[in-house]
Design a binder for this molecule. Structure first.
Ligand code: GLU
Length: 426
């Protein structure tokens, strides 16, 4: 049977939105550029370990609900795997696998002694009580306890998970392990061995990348027009940091829509009114769509929400000179090509959002040594790490004449490939 054109087009589109497939394509290209044989790609194209679990939880109405959870461990040649756990209705096996590969790349780019891991539970925390969330969190840890631990795989927060959820998970793991084990998980509250600066770390890392990218483009942060898509942990802190640095934040959004003011939004007011899931636009009448928001006139655009937001459909309409990806996977590979051809400086997710895992690493180090650093020490160390990662990626892009995403993958994949080789795996 011959597929008609409409079928071919929609298959192509689905392929472009398939985060695992598109990640694999760039990993393959990066390894080829670095001159590695195909078996290295065969090892790295999928996680070395993937666990699917069923988590029974007694709900508030006394019914038992069974949740599905995943934990992917991409590659543990360099060290234990590391990465967040997301609670979201759209979590899928494929997405978790792709996210674990991105975590490996992040660790490689900022030179942490980790491989990548990622977890997810299919659930909607917006519809769940605190008690139900605690049940899911503890049940997940019981289900994956054999493959995680401070020297095996270290979870952390991600979409819709926070320090409270990390605290429940740490408590559950410590009970199973029969001793207090703060290094099992990062992103904990300060009193339970969390690190100063962890909560705002992703946004700090993004801010440093914006500053570096702006220098390259000759743009002053003061007075620059910034649009931030997403008002969750990364987006809200980032809007605040940009506002405090004198930028004009002309647009922000959440899952329901966006707000736009060419003279600048009142960020402090919006932060005050946002709920814990980052929702604030529902309080306003004159909202715009998330798609309109991305196409606003601005200098710096920061997608800080979810995957596949900048696609071949809207990439040509992006007006910003710099796009810095605070979210994981917000731009498709096709859109990456369009943005690069337009001369837009794109700072890819695996570099721009690496601040979170960097301070998570600092938290783990502090837990291991039992000695804690000040906020200033954390910030100074984070700054050095991100600047070095940015420079490495930027230089690779220039020297190898590749786009910033491919350059980031080349930098990110190298250590993992080398370590796998030294261990005699390939
Ligand atoms: N979930 C965050 C990320 O995607 C942080 C992971 C971590 O802190 O380990 O980078």
């Amino acid at each position: 049977m011959v597929a008609d054109n409409a079928d071919v087009n929609s298959n192509q589109k689905n392929e472009q939105l398939d985060v695992l497939l598109s990640t694999q394509k760039v990993v393959k290209k990066a390894l080829e550029k670095l001159g590695y044989p195909n078996e290295v790609y065969e090892l790295l194209k999928e996680p070395v370990r993937m666990m699917t679990v069923r988590i029974p939880v007694r709900m508030d109405d006394d019914s038992i609900k069974i949740f599905t959870g995943y934990r992917a461990q991409h590659n543990d040649a360099v060290g234990p795997t590391k990465g967040g756990v997301r609670f979201h209705p759209a979590v899928s096996e494929k997405e978790v696998k792709a996210l674990s590969i991105w975590m490996s790349l992040k660790a490689g780019i900022v030179d942490l002694p980790y491989g990548g891991g990622k977890g997810g539970i299919v659930c909607d925390p917006r519809d769940m009580s605190f008690r139900e969330l605690e049940g899911v969190s503890r049940g997940y840890v019981r289900a994956i306890s054999q493959i995680v631990g401070p020297t095996k795989d270290i979870p952390a927060p991600d979409v819709f998970t926070n320090s409270q959820i990390m605290a429940w998970m740490m408590d559950e793991y410590s009970r199973i392990d029969e001793f207090n084990n703060p290094g099992f998980i990062t992103g904990k509250p300060l009193v339970l061995g969390g690190s100063h600066g962890r909560e705002s770390a992703t946004a700090k890392g993004v801010t440093i990348c914006i500053e570096e990218a702006a220098k390259k483009k000759g743009i002053q942060i003061e007075g620059a027009k910034v649009v931030v898509q997403g008002f969750g942990n990364a987006g809200s802190f980032l809007a605040k940091f940009m506002h405090d640095k004198g930028a004009t934040v002309v647009g922000i959004s959440d899952a329901h829509g966006g707000l736009h003011d060419p003279d600048g939004l009142d960020i402090d007011y919006l932060l005050d009114r946002r709920d814990s899931f980052g929702t604030v636009t529902n309080l306003f009448k004159n909202t715009i769509s998330n798609q309109e928001l991305l196409e606003l006139d601005c200098d710096i655009l920061v997608p800080a929400a979810i995957e596949n937001q900048i696609t071949e459909e809207n990439a040509a309409k992006i007006k910003a000179s710099i796009v810095v990806e605070a979210a994981n996977g917000p731009t498709t590979m096709e859109a990456t090509r369009i943005l690069s051809e337009k001369g837009i400086l794109l700072v890819p997710d695996v570099l721009a959002s690496a601040g979170g895992v960097t301070v998570s690493y600092f938290e783990w180090v502090q837990n291991n040594q039992g000695y804690y650093w000040t906020e200033e020490e954390v910030e100074e160390k984070l700054h050095k790490v991100i600047i070095k990662g940015f420079e490495n990626v930027y230089r690779t892009a220039e020297m190898r004449r590749v786009d910033m995403r491919l350059a980031a993958y080349m930098v990110g994949v190298r250590k993992m490939a080398e370590a796998s080789r030294f261990r005699g795996w390939i």
